[in-house]
Design a protein around this ligand. Structure first.
Ligand code: GLN
Ligand code: ZN
Length: 752
């Protein structure tokens, strides 16, 4: 009989129960006892749900109060000294590791592979001792067992855990890893004693490809663990194929979990190597990274291919990765277009897909119509989804469409002369503080309690106010403040045809924070101007230039769920063409500077280096397509706010924007070295202070960055700005910070 498995399930709950539970606890609205007991209920409800859908290998330990990497660190006693030395589970320590406390800054947070989920980066020192401090997964297993469900414990593997950690020297990697081995043995033996039959060990790091040395260490680690175990251990990977797969076959794992959704790499490996006869394959055929309903006839075809190499009795049908990257809400409660709802599959629907496949493949023929149905939906594109004109435009794109007519030097000179900007022009990144009052007004407008007129005139009053504030501060280039936008991607998702935004389709970003990625389901078209009213209004209030403000095509793409029936790059070009229309309209309306933000440019980078070139190529082209038609005196800015410019500097340069604003404050200007080495010679707006903290930067620390920068970059190219938008800041710190920034720029002008 065919079995089914789930790699992981959403934690946050259909109605974001975990979020509210956490926030109530943090705000002391409920006590620890109530928090824990409700958390356990939530955890158990996911097990029960999966068991209702007949899932055979139900994960536990994938649920977390905050983050599973934090749990792993906590479990193994990897607790930085500043948080104290807890014995067992101490929630105040646990949450201060995640969120910081009065005396101890939080651990660093970073993106989990190429997802939008953030994990906490464990801090491990060279002499780190590991011990079983608090075994979350064991406790979870016991609770599920008490409720009558035997689950599959999920543990983050030591290799990936250590690779994702920081603070130790790389030459200590092997020793540290081997020190972890007995702890894994101890933990898994405890699970076995409780009755665990399967244990899933996640080693997603494998998909990045290992060097031969790393591979050796990987093997040694598992040879120090697996011989002491009797349960069925699964080596689980996801997000890509495993390049060294066949070299792992002989390791004494009982099963291998592979992602068959991302690419054909794993399938080709299976077809071209000899999968070990005595092992089982957990075939990840149901997509955990996107929300499109599976065509089950296609899944069955892939399975048939796999069966030529792996005996059907040894195949377990599974999700490609955890389902935590897709919403668990009920899609039917949204006002999505009707033709779209049929095409969607959220987490619970994924369970249903597994159930249908399992029943059908185990001989229950009454499910064949469901299998047919899942195929039929994809046979025909609904008429409203297809816009011929858009397809033709993309098809007919020519080389010139990606290139501005004049070279940078020529453009920049005209621009700066016309704009009458001297040295060190000051500006901000776009958004200004969004107050409680604004959020309340927006909610009232959305729920219909206040009229559109009232809301619009309120937004106008904020624009008036922010223009006045910028005049008072003496900034050189203004923004309108972005008060009409909740989110820089959602805003455009609401305006463009081909997108839909959701009300409830939340996905965890970190801890209690969730995002609702827009869904790109059809051809994209701009039906009306999107940003013109606000920008033009702002410009009408001042003689200073106001920047037009747009989110770039690559960022919109990377922060949305994207259709899969046409290539990603085509979707990017469609967005770019829609933005290009907006940009020309802004230009026609007299806007002289247009900023196209691309903070998520880097996020779309394929995990494997060898796949990156292609992405970078079309991502750059998409950006350029948005503004290749503007006149030479229109200045194009872009903004990117991450610090790993090293690997991307050529790409950033190739975007050919007139000015780029970047982060520089957190890295204390180290970033400049990258730009120096590259001989970057376009405009650069340096992030002179960190907006992620309420701290007001002093004039002298801003000066320090600027002084450093003129040593490596032509002073004519340097702009002065904060390192990101000010949306989440308060006015109390924003005004004095900008005052100091403007002051620093003035001093620089006097000096040079
Ligand atoms: N213009 C946007 C803002 O200021 C940019 C945000 C971002 O880079 N994440 O909010
Ligand atoms: Zn930013």
């Amino acid at each position: 009989m065919l079995k089914t498995s789930v790699v992981g399930y959403p934690r946050i709950g259909e109605k974001r129960e975990l979020k509210f539970l956490l926030e109530n606890f943090w705000q002391d609205k409920i006590d620890e006892e109530e928090f824990i007991s409700k958390y356990h209920e939530l955890e158990l409800s996911r097990c029960k749900l999966q068991s209702e859908f007949g899932i055979d290998l139900i994960p536990v330990g994938d649920m977390s109060m905050y983050d599973h990497v934090l749990d792993t660190a906590y479990m193994f006693g990897v607790i930085p000294k500043r948080f104290g030395k807890p014995n067992g589970l101490d929630l105040s320590v646990y949450f201060s590791m995640a969120r910081g406390s009065k005396d101890a800054p939080a651990m660093e947070m970073t993106k989990w592979f190429d997802t939008n989920y953030h994990y906490l980066v464990p801090e491990i020192d060279d002499e780190q001792n590991f011990y079983l401090n608090y075994p979350f997964v064991l406790e979870s297993f016991k609770r599920a067992k008490e409720a009558g469900i035997i689950t599959k414990p999920v543990i983050l593997g030591g290799f990936t855990f250590l690779k994702l950690s920081k603070s130790y020297s790389s030459k200590r990697f092997k020793d540290l890893l081997l020190k972890l081995a007995p702890i894994y043995v101890e933990l898994i033996q405890l699970l076995e004693k409780e009755g665990a039959q399967y244990v899933q060990i996640d080693e997603p790091y494998l998909v990045l490809g290992l060097t031969s040395d790393e591979l050796k260490i990987f093997r040694e680690f598992y040879y120090n663990i697996l011989p002491y175990l009797s349960c069925k251990t699964i080596l689980q990977t996801y997000f890509e194929g495993v390049p060294e797969l066949e070299m792992l076959y002989e390791l004494p794992f009982k099963g291998f979990g592979l992602d068959f959704c991302r690419s054909d790499e794993n399938l080709n490996k299976i077809l071209n190597t000899d999968f070990p006869e005595n092992k089982f394959l957990v075939a990840g055929l149901i997509n955990g990274r996107n929300i499109w309903k599976s065509d089950l006839t296609k899944v069955i075809k892939v399975l048939d291919k796999i069966k030529t190499k792996v005996h059907p009795d040894r195949i377990i049908l599974s999700t490609s990765c955890s389902l935590m990257f897709i919403p668990s809400s009920d899609k039917n409660s949204e006002d999505f277009p009707k033709e779209l709802i049929n095409r969607l599959s959220f987490a619970k629907d994924r369970l249903k897909e597994l159930y249908i496949l399992k029943e059908f493949l185990n001989g229950n023929n009454s499910f064949s119509s469901k299998i047919e149905e899942s195929h039929k939906i994809w046979e025909k594109t609904p008429g409203t989804f297809f816009i011929e004109e858009v397809h033709n435009k993309v098809k007919n794109l020519k080389k010139e469409d990606f290139i501005r007519k004049e070279p940078f030097e020529e453009r920049y000179k005209v621009q700066m002369d016309e704009l009458k900007l001297g040295l060190f022009p000051t500006t901000t990144i776009g958004s200004f503080p969004q107050t409680k009052e604004l959020r309340a007004k927006r909610a009232a407008f959305k729920s219909g309690t206040i009229s559109r007129e009232e809301y619009t005139s309120y937004i106008k009053s904020l624009i008036e106010d922010v223009i006045k504030k910028q005049e008072e501060l003496g900034l050189d280039v203004f923004v309108h403040g972005e008060f009409e936008r909740t989110d820089m991607v959602e805003f455009f998702g609401e305006k463009l045809q081909g997108f839909t935004t959701s009300k409830f389709a939340w996905v965890q970003s970190y801890g209690s924070r969730c995002v609702r990625p827009p869904i790109i389901y059809a051809d994209i078209k701009r039906n009306a101007p999107m940003t013109l009213d606000e920008i033009i209004y702002a410009q009408s209030l001042t003689k200073k230039p106001v920047k037009g403000m747009l989110t770039g095509p690559v960022t919109i793409l990377n922060w949305s769920f994207v259709r899969e029936d046409i290539p990603r790059e085509e979707v990017a070009y469609q967005i770019a063409l829609a933005l290009a229309e907006e940009i020309l309209d802004l230009e026609k309306s007299g806007i002289k500077i247009i900023q196209i933000d691309e903070p998520a440019f880097r996020e779309g980078l394929p995990l494997r280096k060898s796949n990156r070139e292609k992405y970078i190529d079309w991502a750059i082209k998409s950006f350029r397509l948005t503004n290749s038609n503007v006149k030479k005196n229109t200045q194009i800015h872009t903004h990117m706010c991450y610090s790993e410019f090293n690997e991307m500097i050529d790409a950033i340069y190739a975007m050919d924007s007139d000015v780029i604003s970047i982060e520089a404050s957190r890295s204390k200007g180290d970033i400049l070295e990258v730009f120096e080495k590259f001989k970057y010679d376009h405009g650069i707006g340096l992030g002179t202070y960190d907006i992620h903290s309420p701290r007001v930067p002093s004039v002298s620390e801003i000066l320090e960055i600027l002084e450093r920068s003129i040593k490596v970059i032509d002073k004519k190219l340097i702009w002065v700005n904060p390192d990101c938008g000010l949306k989440t800041r308060g006015w109390e710190e924003t005004i004095p910070s900008l005052k100091n920034m403007v002051e620093a720029a003035k001093i620089m002008r006097a000096r040079y």
